[in-house]
Design a binder for this molecule. Structure first.
Ligand SMILES: Cc1cc2nc3c(=O)[nH]c(=O)nc-3n(C[C@H](O)[C@H](O)[C@H](O)COP(=O)(O)OP(=O)(O)OC[C@H]3O[C@@H](n4cnc5c(N)ncnc54)[C@H](O)[C@@H]3O)c2cc1C
Length: 370
């Protein structure tokens, strides 16, 4: 197999859009499609840790994220009433609104020369050995040297090329999320714990003016809530948290659409992450629980490393082997730490100190080169 010239990236989420940008910048003819007709303007926030910012900096995208988001260097723990219990320095990261991050990544990919198309999916993908033939949902057909499956945790391409055994499974928690104006005390990653330690509310700045709050709920199975009741249900769940940050933010929720709920569905595909000319990237390869705030960061790092490997290696198989070799151990370490933290939070008697220690230890690990 010769060097890659034409690449199709399926999915323009955090991983796919970063890959489209990095691949186009590396000189590859890059086409990126997403099934959603438009980029969402809704969505909560996301934390980009120090290692993620370093990866974005390597490809020249850190500054626009810093301009839009808010830099922080502290991890704070409070009780449910909002009294500060502990404050630890962390390596610098940023919080940013998800729609802003998506805008930065997608417009940068377009500007770098990637062809970005929305409202489009791959109806069929056939690896012919010397190329991958793709039929699109609008009837067009094209051939590529490589297909990057960046279609998220519920990836159809993973199912087709890696089998059903890597489907996600439920990790026993779901997140409730909503945006709010940022009070001054939310100047870093903040956790508020209930007196029994069993319930946690988090707050993260997303700009000078805004922040987002999240609440983690344990359950044995996926829970199903009526969409038109989410505002009432989130208030019920947070009633025991009297911290002004939490109650003032809840008071501004006037419609159920302001509240997002998502189960933690996880998978970690064993190495290697390619079959022939189809390679997994981001959540399609490794969907973690969000405790390490690193799923998006790992997807960004994947994209940077994949582009480097395709540029450095002389054939596609060599590049794809090098890609998994550089990514698997690092991603697994973070994925395992996230899941461990999620399990700790579901224990009958949680131990916040032990969780904080694992969190900080894994932050340190992430400081190592990717
Ligand atoms: C509650 C919560 C909080 C989180 N907080 C953080 C955080 O603070 N920091 C962090 O780094 N990570 C965080 N994450 C994880 C992060 O959101 C994900 O890891 C990240 O979005 C993965 O990016 P991705 O591009 O791989 O997948 P996605 O973002 O899921 O993107 C997949 C894209 O593929 C498209 N697609 C799907 N199917 C098809 C198809 N058949 N054809 C074409 N397109 C398709 C979708 O429309 C989507 O745009 C959090 C996750 C959750 C649930």
């Amino acid at each position: 197999m010769n060097k890659t010239k034409r690449v199709l990236v399926v999915g323009s989420g955090i991983g796919g859009a970063t890959a489209a940008y990095a691949l186009a910048k590396a000189g590859l003819e890059t086409h990126c499609i997403d099934i959603q007709p438009a980029r969402s303007t809704l969505g909560s926030g996301i934390c980009l840790l120090h290692n993620t910012m370093r990866a974005l900096s390597e490809i020249g995208l850190a500054d626009p994220c810093l301009d839009s988001g808010l830099r922080f260097e502290v991890f704070k723990q409070f009780d449910a009433a909002g009294n500060l219990l502990m404050s630890n320095p962390t390596p610098p990261g940023i919080g940013i609104r998800r729609p802003e991050l998506a805008r930065i990544l997608e417009t940068s990919a377009s500007a770098a020369g990637a062809k970005m198309e929305r409202g489009l999916t791959a109806k069929s993908v056939s690896d012919r050995g010397d190329c991958v033939e793709v039929e699109f949902s609008d009837g067009r057909e094209a051939a590529y040297d490589l297909v990057v499956a960046a279609d998220g945790a519920y990836s159809k391409l993973r199912e087709q090329f890696f089998g059903a055994e890597h489907r996600v499974c439920f990790a026993g928690q779901s997140a409730w999320r909503f945006n709010a104006p940022r009070p001054p005390e939310v100047d870093g990653f903040c956790l508020y714990r209930s007196p029994d330690g069993k319930r946690t509310v988090g707050a993260l700045p997303t700009s000078k003016e805004t922040c987002y709050l999240f609440f983690l709920e344990n359950s044995a199975q996926h829970l199903h809530w009526p969409d038109d009741q989410l505002d009432v249900l989130v208030r019920e769940r947070l009633a025991g948290f009297s911290a002004p940050v939490i109650q003032d933010s809840l008071a501004l929720i006037t419609s159920p659409q302001q509240v997002l709920v998502r189960p933690f569905d996880v998978t970690l595909v064993p190495a290697p992450w390619h079959r022939g000319r189809v390679v997994l990237l981001g959540d399609s390869a490794h969907s973690p629980t969000p405790q390490m705030t690193s799923g998006g960061g790992m997807a960004i790092e994947d994209a940077v490393v994949l582009a480097q490997c395709l540029k450095a290696e002389s054939s596609i198989p060599e590049a794809l082997v090098a890609y998994t070799n550089r990514r698997f151990e690092r991603v697994s370490t973070v994925w395992n730490a996230s899941l461990q933290l999620c399990k700790y939070e579901q224990e009958a008697v949680p131990n916040p100190q032990r969780s904080a220690a694992l969190l900080l230890q894994t932050y340190q690990y992430l400081g190592q080169p990717m």
